[in-house]
Design a protein around this ligand. Structure first.
Ligand SMILES: C[S@@+](CC[C@H](N)C(=O)[O-])C[C@H]1O[C@@H](n2cnc3c(N)ncnc32)[C@H](O)[C@@H]1O
Length: 198
C-alpha cells in the first residue's frame, strides 16, 4: 500500500496513534467548515442534533457551544474517533449534553424522527452505500428537520463514483423524500454544502 493509500485509509477510518494524530489535524483543518456550517443557520438553541462521522469531535464542540439547551449526539464507525471525540468534549460528555457512540451511518442507533438537525462534514464521500445510508438518515430525522452535508469538492470528485454532481445528489435526496434540497458552493474554498429539508 502506498503512503497516499494509507493516509486515505486513515481518513476513512482512523486507527491507533496515526489515526489519532490525523483526527487532531482534521479538528484544526476543518474548523473553517464548522464556521461556515454555523453561519448557514444550521442549528437553533434547543435542537437535538446528530453529527455523523464526528471524527475528532470538533463539530460536536462547536454545535454544543451554539446550542446551550440542546443535546448533541455523535456517531462514527471508528473506535479511535469515538475515543478522541470523548476527549475533545470531556466536560459535555460527563454532564450528558454530548453523547457519542460507535456506529455506522448504515445503522444509526436511534429511533425514527429523533433529530432536528443532522450534520455530516467531510464524510459522505466515504459511505459505502450512499443511497441506502441517506434513507437511514431520513428515517431518524424529524419532519421539517435538516440534513446538512459539507465536503470539499475535490474530495467528492476523487472518492465518489456516483452522486458526485450537484443534480445527481439533489435527485438522490429528493428520491428519498426530502422536500427541499439546496446546494451552496463556497467557490473560494472549494467547499460544497448540501441541505435537505424533510
Ligand atoms: C475525514 S474524517 C472527517 C471527520 C470530521 N467530520 C471532520 O470534519 O473533521 C471522516 C470520518 O468519517 C467517519 N466515517 C466514514 N465512513 C463512515 C460510516 N460509514 N459511518 C460512520 N462514520 C464513518 C470516519 O471514521 C472518520 O472519522
Amino acid at each position: 500500500m502506498t503512503l497516499l493509500q494509507r493516509l486515505i485509509e486513515q481518513a476513512k477510518k482512523p486507527r491507533g496513534i496515526v489515526g489519532s494524530l490525523m483526527l487532531r489535524i482534521m479538528n484544526f483543518a476543518h474548523s473553517g467548515m464548522n464556521t461556515w456550517l454555523m453561519k448557514n443557520g444550521a442549528v437553533y438553541d434547543g435542537d437535538i442534533v446528530l453529527d455523523i462521522g464526528c471524527g475528532g469531535g470538533k463539530t460536536l464542540q462547536t454545535l454544543s457551544k451554539i446550542n446551550p439547551s440542546g443535546k448533541i449526539y455523535g456517531i462514527d464507525f471508528s473506535e479511535q474517533a469515538i475515543k478522541d471525540s470523548i476527549k475533545t468534549n470531556r466536560k459535555d460528555v460527563a454532564n450528558g449534553k454530548v453523547i457519542v457512540k460507535q456506529a455506522s451511518v448504515s445503522s444509526i442507533p436511534y429511533t425514527d424522527k429523533f433529530f432536528d438537525t443532522i450534520t455530516a462534514l467531510q464524510t459522505h464521500y466515504f459511505w459505502s452505500d450512499l443511497a441506502n445510508d441517506v434513507k437511514e438518515v431520513f428515517r431518524v430525522l424529524k419532519n421539517g428537520g435538516k440534513f446538512i452535508i459539507i465536503s470539499e469538492l475535490y474530495k467528492i470528485n476523487y472518492h465518489m463514483k456516483a452522486y458526485k454532481t450537484k443534480p445527481e445528489i439533489k435527485k438522490l435526496l429528493e428520491s428519498v423524500g426530502f422536500q427541499t434540497v439546496h446546494i451552496q458552493e463556497n467557490t473560494q474554498k472549494g467547499w460544497l454544502c448540501i441541505t435537505g429539508i424533510k
